[in-house]
Design a binder for this molecule. Structure first.
Ligand SMILES: [Zn+2]
Length: 273
């Protein structure tokens, strides 16, 4: 039984976030950041995972699969899990209707099936948000898990049909049959290490040290509640962010630090579920 489980997750967005209008989106220069992620960034953590022999879960928009098939095939050939991350990387709340959101999810499944031969078990929302329809769409397509929510820190939980009108008390609701393996903005490279708007990125060494201290806290203090197993530590990386030097070396040091502790297992999110 693992004392602690580590899920290395990669949101392989490539160009897809830069197709959308917004503060910085929809421009050739922004898309060049995504090209870097696909053409240069992704092989770096990919090679690192191979060398250290650790599995990862890559949440890949269909747009990335259809635009950059080669790096996606390398991920599959290396034996990693492929999860759903939208087709067009549209934040679910921005769709005009359930049908539009559903069509994008369906198209993303088709792209993954063309890459791996089977539908994905897991879904990670682009932007880590759900529309009012997302849960029912995930149920309709038979997803086993989501990795987009934050109701727990180091512990999977069940998605529910919550009741949340603005003028009534909140009700958690009943489980809907989908496991949530929670993410954290604290363990995502993007807010800390990607330039966005007028916000500069944080000190790299401090960020990696923060991730290490969170892992140590979980390892030493968190007992978990599922079958007496320890916590599940989900780290989220973007190739266009963590693929830039010298971050791959810092990531290697972090993974080696975690792997050196007794009872630590590395698993895909699907395996945890
Ligand atoms: Zn993304």
């Amino acid at each position: 039984m693992a004392r602690a489980t580590v899920c290395l997750t990669v949101d392989f967005d490539a160009v897809s976030p830069w197709l959308h209008a917004g503060e910085f989106g929809d421009s050739p220069v922004q898309r060049s950041r995504g090209r870097f992620g696909a053409e240069v960034g992704a092989p770096r953590p990919g090679d690192l995972f191979d060398r250290l022999d650790v599995p990862a879960t890559w949440f890949v928009p269909g747009h990335t699969i259809d635009s950059f098939p080669e790096p996606c095939e390398r991920v599959v050939d290396a034996g990693h899990e492929i999860g759903h991350h939208g087709w067009s990387h549209t934040p679910p709340g921005e769709y005009e209707s359930r049908e539009a959101e559903r069509a994008d999810v369906a198209r993303g499944i088709e792209s993954i099936e063309s890459l791996t031969g089977s539908p994905p078990a897991g879904y990670r929302s682009p932007s880590w948000d759900f529309s009012p329809y997302t849960v029912s769409i995930l149920r309709e397509f038979g997803f086993e898990y989501s990795s987009s929510g934050m109701a727990r820190e180091f512990e999977p939980y069940e998605l529910t049909d919550e009741h949340a009108p603005v003028d009534e008390p909140y009700e958690v609701g009943e489980p809907v049959g989908i496991t949530e393996v929670p993410v954290s903005w604290q363990r995502d490279d993007y807010p800390a290490l990607a330039f966005s708007g007028n916000r500069a990125f944080a000190d790299e060494a401090a960020v990696f040290d923060h991730w290490r201290r969170q892992f140590d806290w979980m390892y030493e203090q968190y007992e978990g509640t599922r079958s007496g197993e320890g916590g599940v530590y989900v780290l989220t990386l973007h190739p266009q962010v963590s693929g830039r030097s010298p971050r791959p070396s810092m990531l290697r040091e972090l993974i080696e630090h975690m792997a050196a502790k007794p009872g630590v297992e590395f698993a895909t999110v699907g395996e945890v579920v």
